[in-house]
Design a protein around this ligand. Structure first.
Ligand code: NIG
Ligand code: FE
Length: 425
């Protein structure tokens, strides 16, 4: 099966098979009036129409970009998708002046979502996850990471990951799953954090590894949650389990989380609102991707991560939604790109690279995803705009017209193509 995208104003894409950093964070190739051809799931040509027509025959599917631009589909490298219940009442309390910490202390916060997620069936979680995958796709995300971490016991962590796997099996969005039983200390272990750390290390992590339901692991290293020492112990077995390491680091305070992520060879360190200069230098030296989550800063009315300083120091910066019911309730990567530019100071092209190639690198997939280049997977977005700068400039509206996943049209004219689940032609 072949697919050809025609009548694009331009194709705008980062290039390469590794994360971009420093002055190259914002480097993109622009191919004016180029066509893109895929054979099966793979891009085989990006260039002038006349050259295409000399080298290739007609394609099975032709997508008319109608003067819009073509970019790589977004990769969302940090979400908490398989959750149940919403916290809009808590959101309203925050609007009226209560803080996230005060709400957590009164029994709300993560613990409220843990209770709802434990009470939900696997079917309900799979259905809720699937709806979120649909919404991501409509906003141009074709690959997403998703974490457990609202089960916080063996049975409910496995239920979250199974629900995620079931939703993923029936969806064209590629899902990268991460085990995060160390997202918080559950209420029943509040008086024995060490006991919970031991339970995770000795029982929950090994059982998740044996299930094959996760390819990475994440820990919330934070004051009052898991200390750097506990985080080190929680992640010591990650190599033996074959897991890529991610870390929630330096979000609410500075505990040296970035330094720890670098020391452990983490693929990514997320949040980083309170990262130190030493932490930034450590990330740069290790090549750890900094996943900036400006949705959280906006949603919690907190400071933004020092994105400009991270770029200047040569740390590859990626962007993610952190989609979750408490601190960033959105599936939209364009919304996150706008916040990254207007709140955290990135430039539009830097945000585009952060939402595509660098996000793919955070998930160990930069060799296959994140750019529109010959040999890469044909995961493309056609925008209703001539330039991707409109993604941040024309904020709050969905400019995603078509989405192509592995060479197949999965969103057409802003609507899901329902036959696009895997295995259905
Ligand atoms: O990534 N930082 C910790 N956890 C989530 C928030 C989870 C919640 O409030 O439900 C985060 O921001
Ligand atoms: Fe998170």
């Amino acid at each position: 099966m072949s697919l050809l995208v025609v009548n694009a104003a331009q194709v705008v894409t980062p290039q390469g098979r590794a994360a971009r950093s420093g002055s190259r964070q914002g480097e993109v190739a622009r191919h004016p009036r180029a066509v893109v051809r895929a054979e099966g799931p793979t891009v085989v040509f990006v260039g002038e129409r006349a050259e295409h027509d000399r080298r290739f025959g007609p394609a099975n599917t032709v997508v008319d970009a109608e003067g819009g631009c073509v970019i790589p589909a977004f990769v969302d490298p940090h979400t908490h998708l398989p959750f149940a219940g919403y916290r809009e009442a808590e959101f309203d309390r925050r609007l009226r002046g209560e803080t996230y910490a005060q709400i957590a202390a009164s029994g709300g916060g993560i613990v409220a979502t843990v209770a709802a997620t434990r009470a939900a069936s696997e079917d309900e979680l799979a259905a809720a996850t699937s709806e979120r995958l649909d919404r991501q796709l409509l906003w141009g995300t074709a690959t997403t990471e998703a974490k457990s971490g609202y089960g916080l016991n063996l049975q409910d962590e496995l239920k979250q990951l199974s629900a995620l796997a079931r939703a993923a099996a029936q969806h064209c969005v590629e899902v990268v799953s991460t085990a995060m039983p160390a997202h918080e200390v559950p209420p029943e272990w509040r008086h024995d954090h060490e006991g919970y750390v031991r339970l995770v290390v000795e029982t929950i992590h090994p059982a998740i590894a044996a299930s094959g339901l996760a390819e990475g692991v994440d820990v919330f290293c934070e004051q009052g949650v898991f200390s750097p020492d506990q985080t080190r112990r929680l992640l010591a077995d990650a190599p033996r389990h074959g897991w890529r390491i991610h870390l929630h680091a330096d979000e609410l305070s500075n505990l040296g989380g970035a330094e720890l992520a670098a020391e452990l060879g983490a693929a990514s360190a997320s949040h980083l609102l309170h990262v130190s200069q030493a932490g930034i230098a450590a990330l740069a030296a290790a090549g750890t991707v900094a996943v900036v989550l400006p949705g959280v800063s906006f949603f919690l009315r907190d400071r933004f991560a020092p994105a400009r300083t991270l770029v200047a120091a040569g740390v590859p910066v990626a962007l993610a939604t952190d989609c979750n019911p408490g601190s960033s309730h959105t599936e939209s990567m364009p919304a996150i790109m706008a916040l990254a530019c207007l709140g955290a100071g990135l430039y539009a092209e830097e945000a585009l690279v952060a939402a595509t190639l660098n996000a793919a690198a955070a998930l160990g997939r930069a060799d296959r995803l994140g750019s529109v280049e010959v040999g890469k997977q044909a995961d493309l977005v056609v925008l209703e705009a001539t330039d991707p700068k409109h993604l941040v400039y024309h904020f709050g509206v969905n400019l995603v017209r078509h989405v192509i996943k592995a060479g197949r049209v999965v969103v057409r004219d802003g609507r899901l193509v329902r036959s696009s689940a895997p295995g259905i032609a």
